[in-house]
Design a protein around this ligand. Structure first.
Ligand SMILES: NC(=O)c1ccc[n+]([C@@H]2O[C@H](COP(=O)([O-])OP(=O)(O)OC[C@H]3O[C@@H](n4cnc5c(N)ncnc54)[C@H](O)[C@@H]3O)[C@@H](O)[C@H]2O)c1
Length: 502
């Protein structure tokens, strides 16, 4: 069978006129398609249509759309009452409540009226396509079409292949998504699909850093913005999406991924949830917010010191970043028994490094050599360290124009550890063939606004280094959360790029 997404007379059905249904109607109209919309609640479809008209009118007022074009779009939307109105549709997209039984009932009704050549797609964000499609009489034309909120602004759409979905359906939905002005990626049916799975690393690793007492929210957020170029830090993002959404999602995803420790959250996440501290919407979450949604008195992430900048440091583990960050200090190759000892560490904590090399841990100050260090640098010291050494090194870095974040001893600092985790999970997604390596990167950039896709992050670190960070973290923590994906290990061993196919 063939689905001609380009035909002039293409008709798309949308079931459910809520937030997502409205967005899908809008992008379908903007793609020149006729649309039939229904909702089970009396008046909801008409109200949804009115909201779509309003948004189209606003686009015309702002000069983004022609007035005539908007009039033509509006004339192509039919608000209907019953499922019989879907009879002429070439594809129907279901966007009703996230409830398996409600959705099954919708497909049962739909199949009574549409032809067997009509594609039926669900916009579900979490229900498996396999279980949604299982009661359909014609499962081969059933698939997922997962849009992101708000639909008109989020370009990504995941086309999800169920166990019985035929190729013409995948191809048809891909072209349909393109005609709606979206960027489709084809994804295998998997708990959380692609973007919601990949996004777990960012939130849960930040929570682990907090849980272990390594750093606090403002420090992690500042480092992820300044050194790793994320638009928002993980705790800011958690408060924006809402802990009432991301905590249950974390639990479900962990359970559905066979309790893979890579996506495990921490008890503090539950505490926020139990306390009703959902984030911006409740005025309190990781941060406190005023009525306008502005953060109230966030603690500064910066480590401030009046100490004189170090004049001499013993470089125990070298990297070229020191010549920049520590400019002005003499870089000694011998230990005079008094100067601070600096080391660039990868996946190793200060304690392990001191035990391995025999340097004096009391004067040891490790610096994260990864990421963008033009604005901010992260330093850490072991238990029992002499604060004077830390202060002198921090003073020197500050004198060179960088803010300093000082954290407790831990493998992988903040940015290094978070980026390696995000990349490693991306490698695992490639390994289990959730999507192609290019699509994994594309989806994570478009769906979550990441500055780089996870495999691009691995290439940015270099696969051997990323592998070393993960393997060392696993060894030190004894936690399989940090086990390197075989995808990463093989590419590191062979000197290949992260995107080289299997
Ligand atoms: N909101 C998001 O951020 C988001 C993102 C991606 C996917 N989704 C998914 O999209 C779907 C819809 O989400 P939403 O946020 O638009 O929900 P919503 O609550 O805003 O809207 C759902 C609409 O479906 C209608 N409805 C319920 N049962 C129906 C039925 N049997 N027949 C016709 N209409 C029915 C409701 O009256 C309501 O208007 C869910 O599956 C959700 O998981 C949501």
């Amino acid at each position: 069978m063939v689905f001609d997404a380009g035909r002039d007379d293409l008709i798309v059905g949308v079931v459910g006129a809520g937030a997502m249904g409205q967005g899908i109607v809008q992008v379908s109209l903007q793609g020149g398609m006729a649309v039939v919309l229904i909702d089970v609640q009396p008046g909801a479809a008409a109200a949804g249509a009115a909201k779509v008209y309003e948004r189209l009118d606003r686009s015309a007022e702002r000069g983004r759309l022609e007035v005539d074009a908007v009039a033509a779009m509006k004339s192509k939307l039919t608000v209907a009452e019953g499922f019989d109105a879907f009879a002429p549709c070439h594809a129907v997209i279901e966007a009703v409540f996230e409830d398996l039984e409600v959705k099954h009932a919708v497909y049962g009704e739909l199949e009574k009226h549409v032809s067997t050549e009509c594609i039926i797609a669900s916009n579900t964000s979490s229900l498996p396509i396999s279980s949604l499609g299982r009661q359909c009489a014609h499962q081969t034309r059933f698939a997922g079409l997962h849009f992101f909120n708000p639909v008109p602004l989020m370009r990504l759409v995941e086309v999800i292949r169920g166990p019985s979905t035929e190729e013409w359906v995948i191809d048809g939905l891909t072209k349909l998504g393109e005609r709606m002005g979206r960027t489709p990626v084809v994804v295998r049916d998997h708990p959380g699909f692609l973007v919601n799975t990949g996004g777990r690393a960012f939130t849960t690793e930040a929570l682990h850093i907090l849980h272990e007492g390594v750093a606090v929210q403002t420090q992690v957020d500042a480092v992820m913005r300044d050194c790793a170029h994320f638009r928002m830090g993980p705790f800011e993002l958690m408060d924006l999406t809402g802990v009432d959404v991301n905590y249950p999602a974390s639990l479900i995803m962990h359970q559905q991924n066979s309790y893979d420790p890579r996506i495990r959250t921490v008890p503090f996440h539950k505490s926020l949830y139990d306390a009703g501290r959902f984030g911006r919407k409740t005025g309190q979450g990781n941060y406190r917010y005023d009525q306008a949604g502005k953060v109230i008195d966030p603690p500064s992430p910066d480590f401030l010191t009046d100490a004189a900048p170090a004049e001499r440091v013993f470089v125990a583990e070298a990297t070229e970043i020191f010549s920049d960050l520590l400019a002005g200090a003499a870089m000694a190759e011998t230990d005079d028994g008094a100067s601070p000892i600096v080391a660039a560490l990868y996946g190793e904590d200060c304690s392990t490094f001191a035990a391995r090399t025999g340097v004096d841990y009391r004067r040891l100050v490790a610096i994260d050599p990864t990421g963008d260090l033009s604005k901010r640098a992260t330093i850490m010291t072991p238990p029992g360290a002499d604060p004077a050494a830390r202060d002198a090194v921090a003073g020197r870095i500050s004198a060179n124009g960088r803010a300093v974040v000082a954290i407790k001893d831990s493998p992988g600092f903040i940015a290094q550890r978070m980026r390696a985790m995000i990349g490693n999970l991306g490698c695992e997604m490639a390994q289990i063939q959730l999507a192609t390596p290019d699509d994994i990167d594309l989806a994570m950039r478009l769906g979550l606004n990441y500055p780089l896709g996870p495999l691009e992050i691995i290439d940015d670190l270099g696969p051997p280094l990323a592998y070393r960070i993960m393997a060392t973290m696993q060894e030190i923590t004894g936690d399989d959360r940090y086990r390197p994906s075989p995808w990463l290990r093989r590419r590191a061993q062979l000197g290949l790029g992260a995107k080289v196919p299997a």
